[in-house]
Write a protein that binds this ligand. Sequence first.
Ligand code: NAD
Ligand code: TYD
Length: 342
Amino acid sequence: MQNIMVTGGAGFIGSNFVRYMLNRYPDYRILVYDKLTYAGNLDNLLDVQDNARYAFVRGDICDAATVDEALREHAIDTIVNFAAATHVDRSLMEPDEFLKTDVTGTYVLLEAARTHGIERYHQISTDEVYGQILEGRSSEDYKLHTRSPYSASKAAGDLMCIAYFTSFGVPVTITRGSNNVGPYQYPEKVVPLFATNAIDDKPLPIYGDGRQMRDYQYVLDHCEGIDVVLHRGELGEVYNVGTGTEMHNIDMAHLILDTLGKPRSLIQPVQDRPGHDRRYALDVRKLEALGWESRFSCADAIERTALWYAENQGWWRKIKSGQRYQEYYRQQYQGREVVAKG
Ligand code: NAD
Ligand code: TYD
C-alpha cells in the first residue's frame, strides 16, 4: 500500500483521515478525489495542500472515465471511499442524490477496483445501516434494517461491496462508524450546528423529545479504526467503529451549552424528523480484537468539538454566511418550532 485514493477526501471525515495518514505514514502518497459538493471544502485541507505526497483531482465517483484516469495517472493501489451524500434530513428532501452517489458511485468504484486490480478497496459505512437498535447492540452480523433513504443507500453500497468480494474477488473491507464529531464537520450535522448556533446565542433546534441516543465518537478514533482495518483487517469482513456507549441528544445539547458558557434556555424543541431512528448502539469488540481502542468518550469528543468551533470561527462563518447554507436552514427549520402547551 503506497498510493491511496481517498474519495470524498475534502469532506469532514475524509479530510481528517488524509491529514492523519500523511502524518502517520511518511511513505504513503494520497490522492483526494472529490466532486466538491456543498459539503466538500478545500479549506479543510489547507494545511496539507503543499505536501509533496498530496494531490487533488476534482471528479464525481459516478463518472467512470474520470475515476479510471485518476487511478492510472496516480498509479493507485488502494481506494478508501468516503464520498457520499451524508445528511439524513437532506435524504428526506432529495433522495435522488443519495442513490446516485452512495449506490451507483460505489458500484463505479468497485468496477474500477476490479479492472485495475486494486490491492484494497475500503468502504466507509455507517451504524445507520442496522436501523434503530432499541435494546442491546448491533454486531457486524446484525440484520440490515434501514429506515431512511440515506441509510438504505449506504446499506445498498455495503451489499455491493460484499457482492464484488464474493463474485469477483475484489479485496474489500468495510467499516461501519457511529456519529463522528470533530474539526471541519459541515454545520448541518447536529453537534457543529448546535455549537455554532450557541456561540451566536441562537436557538438549538432539538428534534422531538431529545431522548434519542447516538454514539458520538471523536473523528480521530474513527480514522485510527479505519487505519487498523486497512492494515490488519480480514478481506470481505465488516468492522464496527464507535465508542460502544451512547448519549441522549438532550444531554449532548446541555454539554455543548455548558462547555461554551451559554444558557440552557437556548434549547428550542422543534417538530421531530420523520422516521427518526431512536437509538444506535454498536458492539465494537471485533475491531478491539485487532488491537484498536476508542480513546475519547462521547463527552470528551463533544467538548473538544465545541471548543474547536469556538476557536475556528472563520472556517464555519464562511459557510454559514453563504446563501446556499441560509436557504437550506430556512427550508429545514423555519416554522418548525414546537410551543410548550399551557
Ligand atoms: P461529508 O458530507 O462531510 O463529505 C462528503 C464528501 O464527499 C464531500 O467532500 C463531497 O464533496 C464528496 N462527494 C459527495 N458526492 C460525491 C461524488 N458523487 N463524487 C465525489 N465526491 C463526492 O461526509 P462525512 O461526514 O465526512 O462522511 C464521510 C463518509 O463517512 C460517508 O461515506 C458517510 O456515509 C460516512 N459516515 C459518516 C459519519 C458521520 O457521522 N459524519 C458516520 C459514519 C459514517
Ligand atoms: P445528525 O447529526 O443529523 O446525525 P444522524 O441523524 O445521522 O444520527 O443528528 C444526530 C441526532 O441529532 C439525531 O438524533 C437527530 C438529532 N438532531 C436534532 O435534534 N436537531 C437537529 O437540528 C439535527 C440536525 C439533528
